[in-house]
Design a protein around this ligand. Sequence first.
Ligand code: SAM
Length: 323
Amino acid sequence: MQERLKVDPYANDPGRWGHSFANLADLFVPCLDIVEPNAVLEVGAYAGDLTRVLLEWARERNARVIAVDPEPQTALIELSERCPELELIRSTSLEALTSVHLPEAVILDGDHNYYTVYHELKAIASRRSGDNFPLVLLHDVGWPHGWRDAYYVPERIPAEWRQPITEGGGLVPGERGTKPGGLPYKWVASQEGGPRNGVRTALEDFVAEQQGLRVAVVAAFFGFGVLWHEDAPWAQAIEQLVRPWSANAIVGRLERNRVWHLATTHTQRSALYELELEIQQVEDWLRKIESSRIFRTLRSVAGAFRSATRRAPSLSDGSRDEA
Ligand SMILES: C[S@@+](CC[C@H](N)C(=O)[O-])C[C@H]1O[C@@H](n2cnc3c(N)ncnc32)[C@H](O)[C@@H]1O
């Protein structure tokens, strides 16, 4: 796979969190090969790390890529200016999904919260249902956003669908609340779990309301969800491809281990950073004390005292003279 399409998942991931969906290329590209859509719709495209892989795939197939993002990064804007086969739509998914060309393959990787994902899926199903339902690939169905909302712009989500939020909350696996020093997110639900919270919950609630939908979840790289209709012409081939991955306990164990190390290393780094700040503060105080007038006066008094005591005759010297 790596030889067939160029994948650079760390182009915009200097901390190597593995946050791009491009990390899952070895699995989603074969899915696209099976479905052979005439276009792929990517919801949430950021700097275009995944988009570049999709474009490579699309060029081989004479297909198109449609990227929807309300705040695309410069790299993605430049990519869209260079590549006529890429259409960049600057709007939110829920605005775009009512009118955009809806192809047979859709990737959902935008705002990772229940309201958005649930309504994205509803919008897709309202336009393509039954054996016409597309292959939908979802990112972030595992930890941390599977069962915990995050919001790019909280005000975009109706208040009654929003979880109580902790600004800049730190996340650590196994901790339902937030923790200082954990993996930092700008706007996250204060608590993990419960109804209407997280991407996985949205996926499961949506599937429970529909007939004939199939789901597979592969735990790798924050969780990869695959959703399709059992009557789709390619349904069996997709099932055969993804099921061994979703059933593989080792993949789940690897991911749990990976995110534990990711969060723990981040916590340790934050503690180290705090310590460095404190040391810097103490050094600043010492420098200030050293340069203060009172310290200089005390030092010269102490110096004068030392030399005076050195010059003064000792008692023992005197007693020797008398003898
Ligand atoms: C995790 S990044 C996408 C990463 C990209 N798919 C990749 O794998 O390289 C999420 C993106 O979703 C965009 N976004 C946020 N809210 C959105 C919404 N309501 N609709 C579509 N995109 C949204 C953000 O601007 C951000 O660029």
